[in-house]
Write a protein that binds this ligand. Structure first.
Ligand code: SAM
Length: 241
């Protein structure tokens, strides 16, 4: 749902087909491809080959012309001045050199081309996972969860865009109500599609059950008969070259 909202902001403003819209940190939700359809083409970039493979399989039905690149966002192997839109959803917080990545995004845009970057602020719902990981895995256990929500200061994000040379920088915040599966199901879905799966593989069955119990109890305020409802904050930054 967060992605659907974000994708709406990338639709062509003048009704023309998008030529190419690179999707940085493609991961497993190739939303840009769904918006572009067969009228344009998409370049999907991610540093993680496993995530690219999932993105590729999910994008197969979209019909869009997608080229995939296993690469870091800090060094994009694509020509300058050749893309209408750069789209980076929930990926910037993981990129080590954010300034270099933004300069690269700007380089590949045509003059006047648009960039959209989205991130999420910390929240009490995922604090439950952070605390349980720290308690059962150790001090570093919650580090991944904290990193997911680490790029959360709109002023800093605006400064990063300005420093990279973008104009018309706008950073806005929003909230979306997400409907999730029941706590136990969602916990393991989340764990198995993140690096948390490696950390939890170090626990024995008793430790794993204790962590699961803590998280399920911690998520009770968001739980109802059919699953969980959780309001996620969203920070969306847009700008032009
Ligand atoms: C939370 S996923 C987001 C995936 C997708 N955009 C989505 O919204 O579902 C973050 C992605 O950023 C990728 N990533 C992390 N550092 C990166 C970098 N330096 N360059 C490119 N991709 C990177 C990860 O491999 C991961 O697939």
């Amino acid at each position: 749902m967060i992605g659907t909202r974000v994708a709406g902001l990338t639709s062509p403003s003048r009704g023309e087909p998008l030529r190419i819209a690179p999707d940085i940190a493609s991961g497993f939700e190739p939303l840009t491809a769904e918006r572009v359809g067969t009228a344009g083409s998409v370049a999907g970039l991610d540093v993680n080959p496993g995530m690219l493979a999932v993105a590729r399989s999910m994008a197969a039905a979209s019909g869009a012309d997608i080229r995939w690149y296993e690469t870091s966002a800090e060094s994009i192997p694509l020509p300058a001045d050749s893309f209408d839109v750069v789209f980076c959803q929930l990926g910037m917080q993981f990129i080590a050199d954010k300034s270099a990545a933004l300069r690269e995004m700007r380089r590949v845009l045509v003059p006047g081309g648009r960039v959209l970057v989205s991130t999420s602020p910390p929240n009490p719902f995922f604090d439950v996972v952070d605390q349980a990981m720290s308690r059962h895995v150790g001090a570093d256990g919650g580090a991944f969860v904290r990193m997911v929500f680490s790029l959360n200061d709109p002023a800093r994000i605006e400064q990063l865009f300005q420093s990279a040379g973008f104009r018309s920088v706008a950073v806005r915040t929003d909230r979306r109500l997400l409907r999730l599966p029941p706590a136990k199901d969602f916990l393991w879905q989340y764990v198995h599609c993140t690096p948390l799966t490696g950390l939890l593989s170090q626990l024995d069955s008793g430790q794993t059950a204790a962590l699961e119990s803590d998280v399920v109890r911690g998520w009770q305020p968001w739980s109802d008969e059919g699953g969980m409802s959780y309001e996620q904050g969203l920070i969306v930054a847009t700008a032009r070259k």
